[in-house]
Design a protein around this ligand. Sequence first.
Ligand SMILES: [Zn+2]
Length: 246
Amino acid sequence: MSDKSAFHPLLPNEEERYKPISADLTCRKCGKKSKVQLRACVNVSLHPEEKEQILNGSFFKFTCPDCGEQVSIMYPCLYDDMSLALMVYLLPDDTEDALEKMNAQQDKWSPEMLKAAMVCTMRAVRNTNELCEKIKIFDNGLDDRYIELTKAFVFSQFAKQNPDIKVLQVLYERKDGKDGFVIITKDEKTLFAEIPEGLYDEIIRLFKDVIPKKKTEYELIDAGWTMKILESRNPNAVKDAPQSEE
Ligand SMILES: [Zn+2]
């Protein structure tokens, strides 16, 4: 895995990277004001424990020192895994706009960052669930573009079989050694739909010549992206694609 990391750039230097952002927080329960230090970047190659904190949900939570109330804090944060040459930008507010602005600043990127953009997989996500999903996909050696396309097929099958279930979110997960999707329903139930044997490889075979080449900018690879791919390939496929309500 280290061959890719040799090319990795290292965006800002280590000090800049960890320069914390100060923020004021008022506890919604007891009203106590606290100063919190937020981190704009997470380099999990240097700090693997922080990947665990992201996956278990504690990284983006703050605990009030007075009353113990836990609050989620969402802010733009770059997840950087050098060993996988993977950068995922969490952009929780107005994601599309923020993404556009970020990519428009390319002329201001450092030479290292531009070099990084040539070799790294660069993604944007809207929330921590999506961030965790990307981490799991790439940790398991899969490609999120084919996983999103696979998701569309698995979900359309699921929706046909369960027309009455209202779905909120569908997220990749590996469970008991099987790749599949966690389906979160509107009434807060969690179901698991396994990827049928061979489907992922079949999807790669079908779409490898269709999906756009890697860009040197952050990309949203999500249900909307999948829809465009399916539409371009076969306008009729759209009606079979997932219609989750996000
Ligand atoms: Zn409090």
